[in-house]
Design a protein. Structure first.
Length: 257
């Protein structure tokens, strides 16, 4: 399975999954149909699936037009998003599995950003390969999504599911927020050498207009404060008494950064 990263809107990424041997494709969170249709035409591929993580317009905006162009495509989304995702035909729950080509994805229910958010994890086929996590706006490179419909406790449980995946996992999150997220992270974790090094690397990448996605989950675990609510240093910085309070205060600090 080949993954094409398609920039869209101001800072979104759409992910086009392509199986060259069968000339089939699937798309994750099509904010806009135009770059998807253009890439499908270049590849000569037939779109068979749309995998949505949640209902926000910058993730489902292209659904209707894509379905008009490929009426055989199946639109997937979370069961709790029933009625909110255009054209949704399959309603997924925690532990369900979806297939594309020779890859199988496990579905994680990850509420927090929205009440119905899901993520798709394609485990590697071979032992020496990397898994691929499509997590929408739950986990960002260096950060996490805002809590529009969920609670901090829900978001911690959701992020904990994702941080327990293998360190080699590639994180395909839906926005190019990495540099700003790391700028914030340094304000609460200034002595973290892994974070310092990562910031320098990401700054250089963005200066060259390079994408920072996919991220590496192992690096996220060491540098992303929103995966480290149980870290004693961050608990001290936030003057928190427990893990939920630590996360809540970090998220509040980020909102005002």
């Amino acid at each position: 399975m080949k993954i094409h990263r398609l920039p869209a809107l101001s800072d979104n990424y759409i992910f086009l999954l392509h199986e060259p041997e069968q000339q089939i494709a699937a798309v994750v969170d099509p904010a806009d149909a135009t770059p998807v249709l253009r890439t499908l035409d270049e590849l000569g591929a037939n779109l068979i699936a749309i995998f949505n993580t949640h209902h926000h317009a910058d993730h489902v905006g292209g659904n209707t037009q894509l379905l008009r162009s490929f009426p055989g495509a199946v639109i997937y989304g979370g069961a709790e998003d029933r009625g909110r995702i255009p054209g949704q035909q399959v309603f997924l729950q925690e532990g369900d599995r979806v297939t594309f080509g020779d890859r199988v994805a496990e579905v994680f229910f990850v509420p927090g950003h929205t009440r119905a958010h899901i993520a798709y994890y394609f485990a590697p086929v071979q032992a020496d390969e990397m898994g691929d996590l499509f997590c929408g706006d739950t986990l960002f490179s260096g950060g996490c999504g805002r809590l529009f419909e969920g609670t901090p406790a829900q978001m911690i449980r959701s992020l904990d599911k994702l941080r327990n995946l293998p360190d080699s996992t590639r994180v395909w999150c839906a926005h190019e927020y990495t540099l700003k997220n790391l700028q914030f992270a340094l304000t609460v974790d200034v002595d973290n050498r892994d974070l310092q090094q990562r910031f320098v690397e990401v700054k250089a990448m963005r200066d060259r207009s390079e994408a920072t996605i996919p991220a590496n989950l192992g690096i996220e675990k060491r540098t992303n404060p929103f995966l480290r609510w149980d870290d004693k240093h961050l608990q001290m910085v936030t003057k928190a008494n427990n893990e939920v309070q630590t996360f809540t205060r970090l998220r509040g600090m980020k909102e005002h950064f």
